[in-house]
Design a protein around this ligand. Structure first.
Ligand code: NAD
Length: 382
């Protein structure tokens, strides 16, 4: 399918970032020839790589590149031992990733979690709990709610006379949870639209029995849902949702969550896939057409424990690139092709170290580059 040249800012970052990014680029190049895509990939430093090269975790030149791009393919940033030397606001995650989210209004976070049948043995759930298969798309609101309210720490002195007549001094922390109707509406539309291309079910998560935010959330999601009569909508309290995720994960298709609940439940869902190295994510902004600007990155971090040793699993980064082709470039065929290539490589038994089951630990695992080679070859052969 022909397309105008897609401009992609490639920010590999730190730790395993550059290693897994190399493989994602390899697979994108294979997708270019297989599907006739035209991609303009430009790399720039971010995180500690940005600090070392330009003195800032998000150098001006990197930000300028992102502003000219149609999408950002992001690796991961931060190195715990070095992060501790910086004040909080200068640390790589905050200074680069959170800044990019704000700068581009990335309000919708999509985290698909799939248990591949070939990897059922690394799922922490017993086979009978895995049901007919786990395939969940967690959609998390990313720019409102508790994480964006007003945090406040105060020290108060309360003149409560105690037995010895001394006033009681204590600290008080306040975080406010603020959500508005338009913010709920737009994320709800993302969920219902996504459900149309899947199994046509949205489970909306809230705490409407306790929080006013939950009452508004449930109300607005129900209203938006009336515009999608062919999508089944159910509401679930977050505590029950956390439990159901373990008891019967196969019941979920699209899981629509407020920011904080989505943060927690997406990690819980991630655990079901068996390895962080498998999980991609997309953070999307508002767009008019069928494609939107987005930032695409693996769910995991820089994995300093395995960095530089050709051990990291590049699948999360490669699948993030597939999400990018789908959401920012409208290249569904190429995106689905990459996803099929990943499945076929896993079915052929190629395994990085994190994918080895308990009985396979002694076996030889594929290196990061071998996994990338195998997926690129499988794509070319589709
Ligand atoms: P982590 O996700 O980097 O690692 C957790 C565990 O998962 C490790 O054992 C690691 O080896 C494993 N793992 C992660 N990705 C893997 C992959 N692709 N293949 C195989 N195994 C993989 O989390 P952490 O150790 O808590 O954090 C390390 C650094 O990453 C910290 O500085 C943290 O701030 C940063 N971080 C960055 C992002 C981001 O850039 N979006 C996200 C999370 C953490």
């Amino acid at each position: 399918m022909t397309m105008k040249k897609g401009k992609i800012a490639v920010l590999a970052g730190d730790g395993i970032g550059p290693e897994v990014m190399r493989e994602a680029i390899k697979v994108l190049r294979a997708a270019e020839s297989r599907y006739g895509l035209r991609l303009d990939l430009t790399e720039a430093p971010v995180g500690w790589a940005g600090i070392d090269a330009e003195g800032h975790a998000l150098p001006e030149k990197t930000l300028a590149l992102c502003r000219q791009a149609d999408a950002i393919l992001f690796g991961s940033v931060g190195l715990p031992q070095r992060d501790a030397s910086l004040p909080k606001e200068q640390r790589p995650e905050r200074a680069s990733l959170l800044r990019l989210r704000r700068e581009f209004g990335l309000y919708a976070n999509l985290r698909p979690v799939k248990l591949y049948p070939a990897l059922a043995h690394i799922c922490p759930l017993r086979p009978e709990r895995q049901g007919e298969g786990i395939d969940i798309l967690v959609i998390r609101e990313l720019t409102a709610g508790l994480y964006f309210g007003n945090p406040k720490m105060t020290e108060e002195i309360v003149e409560i006379l105690q037995e010895r007549g001394k006033p009681l001094r204590f600290q008080r922390a306040v975080d406010s949870m603020v959500t508005t109707t338009p913010e709920i509406e737009r994320i709800a539309h993302v969920a219902f639209q996504a459900a149309k291309t899947r199994r046509r079910k949205v489970t909306s998560i809230d705490k409407a029995n306790v929080l006013e935010n939950g009452v508004l959330w449930r109300d607005v999601v129900s209203q938006v849902g009336r515009g999608y009569p062919d999508i089944a909508l159910e509401h679930m309290f977050v505590d029950n949702g956390a439990m159901q995720m373990i008891l019967r994960p196969a019941q979920f298709d699209v899981l629509l969550c407020e920011n904080t609940f989505g943060d927690i439940l997406s990690d819980e869902a991630a655990a079901l896939a068996g390895s962080l190295g498998l999980l991609p994510s997309a953070s999307l902004g508002q767009g008019k057409g069928p494609t939107v600007f987005g930032l695409y990155e693996p769910a995991g971090g820089t994995a300093p424990d395995i960095a530089g040793r050709n051990l990291a699993n590049p699948i999360a980064q490669i699948l993030s690139a597939a999400l990018m082709l789908r959401h920012s470039f409208g290249q569904e065929e190429a995106a689905a092709g990459i996803e099929r290539a990943v499945v076929s490589v896993l079915e052929n038994g190629v395994r990085t170290r994190d994918l080895l089951g308990p009985g396979e630990r002694g076996g030889r695992a594929a290196g990061t580059n071998e996994m990338g080679d195998a997926i690129a070859a499988a794509l070319a052969a589709l």
